[in-house]
Design a protein around this ligand. Structure first.
Ligand code: AMP
Length: 148
């Protein structure tokens, strides 16, 4: 079974180069459409709900930084140059699942550090994305394929 529309989720760390390279090769091999997404997480999620200060300026700076990084990546990777790239705000799992549904994506591609045990308890976006995913999820092994 071939896939027709990839959704590539990138976290904008150095690891995302590997995810972009692998996804690009796959999109060429399958001759399929690709959409990219980065989700800016609400700072209140990191600090907890009750923060006695206005985080809106920080949040705006975070979003601007993410956009700047996406612009830089677009100069380095064909995949970003030639495809739709979404910068969304919210909880990564919810936003990525919704985007996959809205755009009829049939494969979500993410990176995986292969965390297990205690490290996994601290949270993994990839693991989180698997639960309730609207389509297949491909995890690129970042440990086995370090950035060149
Ligand atoms: P993590 O579990 O946070 O180490 O992230 C694993 C993978 O999930 C990353 O390599 C990305 O593919 C994806 N990911 C993590 N955070 C985000 C984010 N904020 N927006 C989009 N994708 C993300």
């Amino acid at each position: 079974m071939a896939y027709s529309h990839l959704l590539i989720a990138i976290d904008l760390t150095d690891d995302c180069h590997r995810v972009l390279e692998r996804a690009h090769k796959l999109s060429l091999a399958l001759e399929c459409q690709a959409t990219l997404v980065h989700v800016v997480e609400p700072l209140t999620m990191a600090f907890g709900g009750d923060v006695p200060m206005d985080l809106s300026l920080l949040q705006q700076q975070q979003t601007e930084q993410a956009q700047n990084k996406l612009n830089v990546l677009a100069e380095q990777h064909e995949l970003l140059k030639n495809n739709n790239c979404h910068l969304l705000y919210g909880q990564p799992k919810q936003e990525i699942h919704q985007l996959a549904k809205d755009h009829g994506c049939d494969l979500i591609i993410v990176g995986s550090h292969g965390r297990h045990g205690l490290a996994l308890l601290l949270g993994s976006t990839t693991n989180d994305l698997l639960a309730g995913a609207p389509c297949d999820v491909l995890a690129i092994d970042l440990k086995a394929h370090p950035v060149d």
